[in-house]
Design a protein around this ligand. Structure first.
Ligand SMILES: Nc1ncnc2c1ncn2[C@@H]1O[C@H](COP(=O)(O)OP(=O)(O)O)[C@@H](O)[C@H]1O
Ligand SMILES: [Mg+2]
Length: 343
């Protein structure tokens, strides 16, 4: 990009930086507006790493699921082989919420008397559509994928949903950790009450009764606490992984137009506030230079918007990828596009 960005040595169209970044991080997120090329560029990056004999998992968290479209095949919630060294999966938000809810109601059933189960099921069914439920379920799944993926793969690459959705998701580990901690503290107070009642002594019949009741209640309390604790640890691990700049980086993909540049600046700020490190901006679909007057004018327009981007985010370096003439669909086309990352 322009020398003002500190990466002036990089020729336009070269992408050493993105690939270098991808090589040096175990977890890489691609985010940005719809249609800018998140799926294409994240898949091309994953493929370039796999071509270097690294084991890579590509994960789509976008409900639009164009990973399957790109590879011309069905991709489900379990990893499937996309190319040598490259596995991929698509998180289905609806299915993720369904699994999550059945886990929750299972746990509640085991803790509550049978006559309450119908009531619990009604409550669980209602909360399926509650705000934030889908995000919480996806986040929990993401925590599992990151944990397992770090064991099974050298790189886990996330192709995320369009900007707003992803920004909310990234702020969530912090909130969920705080929320479960609050619940646990309330549980602890309840446990202390049980101890206090037990401390009343055993010579009083009344105390005996209360203790009997409280004992089984205390058992349930501690089981609830164990469940909450596991959940808290899951979210806390994810938060720690996301906030570790040596481990995780976020790449924002954009096109050189006015609104995408403004949205990139906004997304950058939201992600920073959520504790993420943004190391690279990928400016995709750049008009190739030297292609006639109209295109030169269009390219000059792009320069104006990129100037704004550079002025506002001077510390984040960027990579420019030219608009290519043919569709990028299927493994062969992706291989070719991915080759462009190494030139
Ligand atoms: N550099 C490029 N040149 C030409 N077409 C591109 C380029 N990058 C992406 N595309 C095309 O743009 C469309 C949207 O890309 P996609 O990766 O699905 O975007 P997103 O995942 O951000 O919604 C696709 O048809 C894709 O083939
Ligand atoms: Mg996509």
């Amino acid at each position: 990009m322009a020398p003002a960005h500190g990466h002036g040595a990089l020729a336009i169209g070269s992408c050493e930086l993105l690939l270098d970044l991808a090589r040096s991080r175990r977890i890489l997120f691609f985010g940005g507006k719809g249609g800018v090329g998140k799926t294409t560029v994240s898949a091309a990056t994953a493929l370039a790493l796999a071509n270097e004999d690294r084991r890579v998992l590509l994960v789509s968290t976008d409900p639009a699921h164009n990973l399957g479209h790109l590879f011309n095949r069905e991709i489900g919630p379990r990893p499937v082989r996309l190319a040598p060294g490259l596995d991929g999966l698509e998180l289905d938000p609806a299915a993720t919420v369904r699994d999550h809810m059945s886990d929750v109601s299972g746990a509640l059933h085991s803790l509550m008397p049978v006559q309450m189960h119908a009531e619990i099921d009604k409550h669980v069914a209602l909360s399926r559509d509650a705000p934030g439920m889908q995000e919480a379920a996806i986040l929990e799944k993401m925590a599992e994928i990151v944990e397992q993926g770090r064991k099974d793969y050298e790189h886990v690459i996330f192709d995320t949903a369009p900007s707003g959705h992803t920004a909310r998701l990234m702020a969530l580990p912090e909130m969920m950790t705080a929320w479960t901690e609050g619940l646990i503290q309330r549980r602890e107070r309840a446990d202390r009450f049980a101890e206090f009642v037990r401390g009343l002594g055993s010579d009083s019949d009344m105390a005996e009764d209360i203790v009997g009741e409280k004992n089984s209640a205390a058992e349930k309390e501690s089981r609830i606490r164990a469940i909450l604790n596991r959940r808290r640890l899951k979210f806390a691990h994810l938060r720690d992984a996301l906030a570790d700049p040596e481990l995780t980086s976020f790449v924002i993909v954009l096109v050189a137009e006015r609104l995408p540049v403004m949205e990139t600046i906004e997304l950058h700020d939201q992600l920073r506030k959520a504790g993420l490190t943004i190391d690279c901006l990928v400016v995709n679909k750049r008009l190739p230079s030297g292609t006639g007057e109209f295109l030169e004018e269009r390219r000059a327009q792009q320069e104006i918007h990129l100037h704004t981007l550079g002025e506002t985010l001077p510390d984040v370096s960027s990579e420019h990828l030219d608009l290519v003439a043919k569709d990028i669909a299927g493994l062969t086309a992706l291989q070719e596009f991915s080759q462009g990352l190494q030139d």
